[in-house]
Design a protein around this ligand. Sequence first.
Ligand code: ZN
Length: 284
Amino acid sequence: MRIVLLGPPGSGKGGLAERVAGAYDIPIITQASVVGAVAAEPGELGRLAAEARGAARVSDELLLALLRIRLPKLDLSRGYLLVDMPRNAGQADVLDVMLNDLGKPIDLVIKLDVDMDELMERLVGRIQCDHCGTLYNMYVNPPLVDGVCDECGARVRRRPPDYEETISNRLRVYEGQMGPLLQYYQQAGRLHRFDAAGEVAPLWRQVKAVIDATPSQEVTAPGEGTVKAGGVDDAGSSAKKAVTRKSSTKMAKKAATKKAAKKTAKKVVAKKTAKKTAKKTAAK
Ligand SMILES: [Zn+2]
């Protein structure tokens, strides 16, 4: 199965990615892993990758160039899970051509949606004791005494005053880039959005149901297929031709799965809210 996973920081992408990759035995491919692998190679691209890693900034062009040399070297026979790549619609277009040429087109795109307020609560509220590692959330689970760790009594650091604004800006930039990218995949009929406000376990069940209901496109990759004796076959174009669009029955089936998944998600949220309220009441 060939999957793209997209989601804002704090949406629980990492945990979900591990479950998907584990269940379907496919490699997780992130920007960091691609940049890191190429940076270890000799040559001009290796040098550029190392430089970009040092600066923690990778341009669109460089990322695509790195993917172009990295993807053919990976074992993608069972599929792949691309995380947070592509980053925009322009990259998506180039990546599609690249993956089609490899005979490994994207089967589905998973986008995790979390309400902005909820994300702020998760990202801004999360603090950790430097001394013993105990995790707190300033909003839902603060230490009993402000600024002091319940477990070890060490000081629990507060966030810098502009931290909330920084996070908020980061999320806004992210959502701005997402719009055209999601539209691109929506038009191609590959996009599936999930409410990721709840716990990872129920989210995983919903995602798995959609993955299992999605047929992996049958393609003949260059070199893998049968080559006619004496004939020079343009493997790239034949791979493209082999990519078939999903039938309307399958689409309808998927829509039904999505509906059911949404219902479950709503229930989970309601349960969570009830839990929170109970906690607060108990604290009083
Ligand atoms: Zn502590």
